[in-house]
Design a protein around this ligand. Structure first.
Ligand code: NAP
Length: 267
């Protein structure tokens, strides 16, 4: 098996990476930074975002596994002291009782960012946000090529289902099961009064719909794509839609989503 490991850089995560390499070597795994079949993220959900973007050009041929070194994550299901067990299952030596590994696929968000200076495409695992740098943003939101609203406020967040527990949740968006093929639009501090009006509640679009956000004044903006910040002064529009490709996670044991939600936010 060809594998690669990315860690958060703190001492525990670095130590675990060393432990992983040692055990992986003993089980005949091959370290491969160019074309791994499995990418292991050691750290938190933020580390998985880095792993995803590091291998953004190889997403269809990779399955990700997350080991968390802090609190239980949404993308990381293995604990720091479980690496020997994980390696056993990865090498097929889990014994007759071990459940068969399963691949789960989560939808991603496709972006086409059109600037005066050119067009660029991106894929997000968590979300895309459009935020003001120096004052209220003015943006026209179209859904399926029809004017939906003229937005004024601090910004707009468009999240994937698996990103719905991240920034989207802080904005009052709904938590969605990560396999639902949809995107969610949430407002960041919209202005609503007798003159300016927005919907004021999060919207969920199915995979065959798209939304376009048009910049409607000269404005300095910050676009975020997961953990990546892109300052931009010449934005024309952003098209958002559910991506054709999905991210794959390999599950060597069950990892029920609603249990994770409960552990993360209630327990
Ligand atoms: P960060 O500011 O260091 O971490 C943000 C927090 O979001 C961390 O606790 C991270 O968990 C958690 N997180 C990431 N993905 C998640 C998910 N899918 N579900 C639940 N929690 C999640 O930034 P970062 O580590 O570079 O991560 C960038 C992400 O931060 C963005 O994609 C955005 O979702 C989130 N963010 C949230 C807010 C907000 O809620 N107000 C504001 C800005 C950005 P770990 O500790 O396990 O890494």
């Amino acid at each position: 098996m060809r594998y690669y490991v990315l860690d958060r850089g703190d001492s525990l995560s670095v130590d675990l990476t060393e432990q992983f390499h040692k055990l992986a070597g003993e089980h005949g795994f091959e370290l491969d930074a160019e074309s791994p079949e499995i990418v292991v993220s050691i750290g938190g959900d933020g580390t998985m975002l880095h792993a995803f973007h590091t291998f953004i050009d190889r997403i269809p041929s990779i399955a990700f596994v997350g080991i968390h070194t802090g609190h239980l994550g949404f993308y990381a299901d293995w604990k720091a002291d479980e690496i020997p067990e994980l390696i056993k299952l990865m090498s097929g030596q889990g014994g007759p009782e071990a459940p068969k590994p399963r691949i789960v696929n989560y939808p991603l968000l496709d972006l086409e960012i059109v600037k005066k200076s050119g067009t660029t495409s991106y894929v997000c695992l968590n979300e895309f946000t459009l935020k003001s740098v120096d004052g209220t943003i003015v943006a026209q939101v179209d859904i399926n090529d029809e004017l939906f609203e003229m937005f004024r406020g601090d910004g707009i967040c468009v999240s994937t289902p698996s990103g719905s527990t991240a920034y989207n949740k802080s904005l009052g968006g709904a938590m969605m099961h990560p396999t639902v093929e949809a995107l969610q639009i949430a407002e960041i501090a919209s202005i609503n009064n007798r003159v300016f009006r927005t919907m004021g509640s999060p919207l969920v679009l199915p995979k065959h719909h798209h939304c376009d956000i048009y910049s409607r004044k000269e404005q300095n903006l910050m676009l975020t794509i997961d953990h990546i910040n892109l300052p931009i002064h010449d934005l024309l529009s952003v098209r958002c839609q559910v991506a054709r490709q999905k991210i794959s996670f390999v599950r060597y044991r069950p990892f029920p989503f609603w249990q994770r939600v409960r552990n993360a936010f209630l327990d």
